[in-house]
Each structure stands twice: as C-alpha cells, then as structure tokens.
Design a protein around this ligand. Sequence first.
Ligand code: AMP
Ligand code: GLY
Length: 403
Amino acid sequence: MKILIIGGGGREHALAWRLSRSALVKGIVASPGNPGIAELATCVPAPENVSGYLHIAATYSIDLTIVGPEAPLVAGVVDVFQRASRKIIGPTRAAARLEASKLFAKKFFARAGIPTARARESWNEFAFPVVIKADGLAAGKGVVIAQNRIEAERAIEQLGPHVVIEEFLEGEEVSFIALSNGEMILPFAPTQDHKRIFDGDRGPNTGGMGAYCDPRILTSQESGDIMERIMLPAIRQMRKEGNPFTGFLYAGLMMTTEGPKVLEFNVRLGDPETQALMHNFRGDFAEVLTLTEAGPETVYPQSWADCSLCVVLAAQGYPERPRVGDLITGIAEAEAAGAIAFHAGTVKRNGELLTNGGRVLGVTSGGETLQEAINNAYKAVGKIHFDGMQYRKDIGQKGLRRW
Ligand code: AMP
Ligand code: GLY
C-alpha cells in the first residue's frame, strides 16, 4: 500500500521511518515532510487548504492517509477524505473538538463520567494554586498555574474570557495513546514527555523536550484502570453522541493518589512521544493502522518489551524566539552509534543541513533497560553539533527514580 503522511515534524519522521520498514508499504508520500523524511519518502509542499491533501492523495494513488498534527484535523481534513471515500486515519472535525476546545472537553468528561480535575466558574472557589487554561488550541502555551490571586487575575487577562479553571492535581504525568476505529481501541505502551525547557522540570513549557517509552511506567493494574475509566468511556460516549472517535486518542494523565485523572485529550499522536513509540515498536506498524478497518473484537498482539528514549535538540532561543540558520553536523556519526536523529526543524540549503525551527532534532535510541536507552541516546547526542544547541540532560531520569 501507499501511504500519505500529513505533517513535517519529528513525529512524522518517526512514522515514516517505522512505516518504511513495513512489508506492506510500497511507498510513502509526505506533505510537507522535511529533509529527514525526504530520505524515505516523496515530499510534496503543503497545500493551501485541507482539500489540497485529497488532491495529493489522488495524484499519488494513496491507499491510506495518516495525519500528524492537530491543525488539519481541526480544519476538517478527515471529513473531506470521508466525503470522497478515501481512507484516512484521524477524527472528524466534530470529534477533534476533544482537543480543539478545552470547554467542550471538560463538559464531555462530565457527561462520560471520566475522572479529571474539578472545574469551577471562578478561581476564587479553590485554594491556590489553580490551573487556568485557554479554551482553544495554544500549542502548549495556553495553561497557567496561578500561585496566588494576582497571578490568576493576570492569567485571565492574558488568556481571554474563554477559559477553563480547575484544581491543581499532583502526581506523575503519563501520556497514554491508543488507536480507535470508533468502537474498539488498541492501547500503545505508556510514554512520558518532558514539557519544561530546563532540567528538573523548570522553566517555561515547550512542545516537549524529550520522551521515553518503558512498559513499566504503568503497572498492568494502572493500564487496566486507564482503559476502563478513561479510554473506553470516551470512545463509548463519543459514539453515543453521534461523533464516533476514529484515530489516535492521546490522554495526558495525572496519576494521582485517587487514581488516573485526565489533564487533556489530544486527538493525534504526541510529539516527541511518537519518536519513542515508533522506535520501541516491534511488529509491522502498517498492520496496526489497518486495524481501523477491522472488526471491534480484533486485538493486535504488540510487543513493547524494551525501552526507548528521545532527546530533543532545540535551537538557541527556544521556546520564545528560536534562532534559525545554524549549520548542523554529526548526524551520520550519531546514527553510526546506533541512534536515529528524527528531523523536526531542519532545512537543506546548498547541500548543507541548517536549523529551521525551535525543536531541531529528536535523537532517539533504545535499550533493554531504560538506563541503556538513556546511555545510547546521549552518546549519540554527543556527536551532533549546531551553534546554540540546547537540550535537557535528564530525559528519562524520572523513570529511573521509580525503580
Ligand atoms: P494541558 O495542555 O492541559 O496538558 O496542560 C499543559 C501542562 O500543564 C500539563 O502537561 C501539566 O503539566 C500542567 N497541567 C495542566 N492541568 C493541570 C492540573 N489540573 N493540575 C496540575 N497540572 C496541570
Ligand atoms: N508531547 C505533547 C504533545 O504532543 O502535545
């Protein structure tokens, strides 16, 4: 089969890399792709609107399309494909509201009985800190944890009138991602992201500075709990409301003393969680994707026995104002050491690879243990250079502390 991947970041490079190893996949097209993806696929510039992707799918005789980022989903790319009877994996625009609107999501959790932070009309109903979230898509910048009255007032000024106000939850964050065909769901191994820019979870939030995949992040009891209390109720309720959820459902969870609670739903794969997931996946991922057409009882046997780790190398000035145009060297040496450098913000100009965004590369490696995956990934990071390169030195450490 021929696959179209919509997007051009590290997540999409990881998907292209994993799918390029599938016996079922005969060709990959990416739009827009990036210089790393271009080594595995045909890259086509992003069209002006989501209908343009349908045109690309027709031109390249694509059998199946997968969507990386949220923006085309929220713009209705799945609806466009479904109307034309073309296969695509992702939620419709209506179902994508689970990510696009925090107010919609919060009311949905209540209707579905899904555990989440208690929400209130006003911040003065809680003890501080309180969490204030902008309603719409905000690329990780729409959440303020206010420690006092002044910060809460400032946050509301800054985020505008459409906000969700909720209690602050304590615990460990876990990314739990599953693939659904609207009826059944196939859970992937748990992952953990590192959202803050600096070591020790300090500094401003980013898109994600690194992630690791280790089956031991959750006990089987905890995974079962998440499926029973969160993932399955979500799929059932969406179907009941006439918006069946198809595609990747990503629950950002807080593991609290009262059990798992949802911080947010995303309607797509995570970035950089996908880099770790694809690296650690054993099997044919194209087979997993075709599961969306299979019957509700199908369960695909997956193996996630090992560990993997992705370290994001970011540009100087990220996340506020990343500098672009710095020369990148050492990728071949890093990959000779057994890692893969997934491209995120890179561009090729006159044969040179330059930085072209905030998150530049996701250096990913694996191991039988988390410690081994950490060692392998950081060894590869040490081979790569660009001016102003910044990365966290502690990706995966919270996983080690648990054991
Ligand atoms: P979100 O976009 O909702 O995932 O929020 C971004 C980040 O803010 C999360 O990854 C958490 O670290 C933090 N956060 C969001 N909601 C809460 C909450 N209710 N309690 C504690 N931390 C939160
Ligand atoms: N890694 C967080 C996200 O993809 O939203």
